[in-house]
Write a protein that binds this ligand. Structure first.
Ligand code: PLP
Ligand code: ZN
Length: 501
């Protein structure tokens, strides 16, 4: 649709110009810093930063009704810069000129409704939001689209010359960073640090394919993160981990899309997300809060964070019900099939603590819960989901396992509907599926495959045939007839087909 064909009173809002007055806000010392410099931690106290827009009051003044109409009309446009996360431009980063937005097809992932079997299994109705359908096959693309658009803006504005982007990763951050950086490869190079042997082959192939330097580090993610921080402290690099608060802004689009897809009625929704470094749950809370604050939504949804027993520091923190007695203690992680969430010392924990407080204050009641699930439940749930039309990764399985727990614990009221984040595509984690099918999990996982969920290819070799077709030597006419007949008979036997009457 052309802008000229949109209702005249909305036209001037449809293609936004930079209007924000953004600054970094330190969560520890409360000081503000201008965004002219790329900051990752507070220059004064090294605290964690959040980005804020001083002009947000103007956004609020426009009113929820108007914003809903603007977003719904923007959906009809064919402008690539507004097709992804920047459909919600004013709520994300209203300082980046639209022509510098990097759009690779991220966002607007589908909500797929659970069928009746799955609804019965979980104990309540739900949808999966398939963030595995982003360009690098995980939700990380939402944040990278924002961070790299900002880098593009800064680089063009100040003519910074060659730059290097760097990140540590459990697999998906580096896949995403490498992809988005490669789009800007005329001035931006990319290097990623991965814990050696702790990412799946598919995840390793992604940054390699995008042309990034891939550095394998002996250790786990938390170790890679420390090294990257040391590098960002001492060298001229663009840090793309979720310490980079531009990424959080982009990831807020997950919440905005849920709101829009349910016609802005989210008071009866229960949004379920796996927690690793806690950037995602931070963004999800922050997104809904901003929409609530501006009147785009009238009620805040429940949010349930999920952690594996093998990496559960956030769960442990919230088991203490009295806020003054809570104390954050990092944990040493054990191997987890939810490898992308296998983090013992989440970088965004200070953001989580603040946002949970803000969120529940705004809602006027308890609205955020963290539940814990076993490795067995994660695997079973992923496989069961994928046997019913979904494409959940292990972390998506974790969301389902967490939702099921929440229903059993009475955290999901009658009439409430789950919206489960399947954070990556199933094929990224095919190796865990294979380990399950072949009963190859080491004792540390405590995963015992259920027979009914196992699957394996069946080699079809009827005893009556001796010659098989090969690429360079096709069968002759008679041989081919015999081959097709015998094969069909054998397959009919295996599948127990009944002959046509
Ligand atoms: C990064 C990631 C997570 C964890 O998200 P955090 O923001 O680190 O909490 C979960 N699932 C997948 C597939 C991921 O890539
Ligand atoms: Zn500070």
């Amino acid at each position: 649709m052309k802008i000229a064909d949109i209702t005249p009173e909305l036209q001037r809002y449809i293609r936004p110009e930079p209007s924000g007055d953004m600054s970094y806000h330190c969560l520890s010392c409360n000081q503000e810093f201008p965004i002219t410099e790329l900051l990752y931690t507070c220059p004064e106290c090294r605290g964690l930063l959040m980005l804020e827009d001083r002009n947000f009051t103007e956004i609020k003044e426009l009113g929820g009704e108007k914003w809903r109409r603007i977003f719904d009309h923007r959906r009809m446009l064919n402008d690539p810069s507004l097709k992804g996360i920047f459909l919600y431009y004013e709520f994300i980063a209203p300082v980046i000129p639209l022509d510098l937005v990097v759009y690779l097809g991220e966002g607007h992932t589908p909500l797929v409704k659970a069928n009746s079997t799955m609804t019965r299994f979980a104990g309540a109705p739900f949808y999966f939001k398939n963030d595995g359908l982003n360009p690098s096959a995980s939700f990380k693309d939402r944040g990278m689209a924002c961070a790299l658009s900002y880098v593009n803006h800064v680089a063009k504005e100040r003519d910074l010359g060659e730059m290097l982007a760097i990140c540590a990763s459990t697999g998906d951050t580096s896949a995403s960073a490498a992809l988005y950086a490669s789009y800007l490869s005329d001035f931006l190079k990319c290097a990623v640090l991965l814990p050696k042997g702790k990412v799946t082959p598919q995840q390793l192939s992604q940054p390699l394919g995008s042309g990034a330097k891939v550095l394998e580090i002996p250790g786990v993610f938390d170790d890679c993160m420390k090294i990257v921080e040391e590098l960002a402290e001492n060298y001229n690099v663009v840090l793309l981990n979720s310490k980079n608060s531009w990424r959080i802004l982009g990831q807020e689009s997950f919440s905005y899309e849920i709101a829009q897809d349910f016609d802005y009625q989210v008071g009866d929704k229960v949004v379920v997300v796996p927690i690793g470094n806690a950037g995602n749950i931070t963004a999800v809370m922050s997104g809904f809060l901003k929409f609530f604050d501006a009147g785009v939504i009238q009620e805040l949804p429940k949010i349930i964070g999920v952690q594996s027993v093998h990496a559960d520091p956030v769960y442990r923190y919230y088991t203490e019900k009295s806020p003054d007695k809570r104390k954050f203690v990092p944990v040493a992680v054990k191997p987890s099939v939810a490898q992308a969430a296998m983090i013992g010392n989440p970088v965004s924990m200070p953001r989580v603590i603040k946002l949970v407080e803000d969120y529940e204050k705004a809602a006027g009641k308890e609205r955020i819960y963290v539940v814990q699930v076993t490795e067995q439940e994660i695997m079973d749930c992923m496989l069961i989901a994928n046997r019913h039309g979904h494409i959940a990764c292990t972390q998506g399985g974790e969301s389902l396992a967490g939702f099921k727990h929440a229903v059993e614990m009475g955290l999901v009221a009658d009439g409430e509907i789950g919206v489960l984040d399947s954070t990556a595509h199933a094929i990224k984690f095919a190796n865990f599926q294979q380990m399950y099918f072949e009963d190859r999990f080491g004792p540390e996982f405590k995963v015992k495959p259920k027979e009914e969920l196992k699957n394996a290819p069946i080699s079809v070799l009827p005893p009556g045939i001796s010659k098989f077709p090969k690429p360079d030597s096709p069968l002759d006419r008679e041989e081919l007839t015999l081959f097709v007949k015998e094969m069909a008979n054998e397959i009919a036997k295996i599948l127990q087909l009944s002959p046509k009457a």
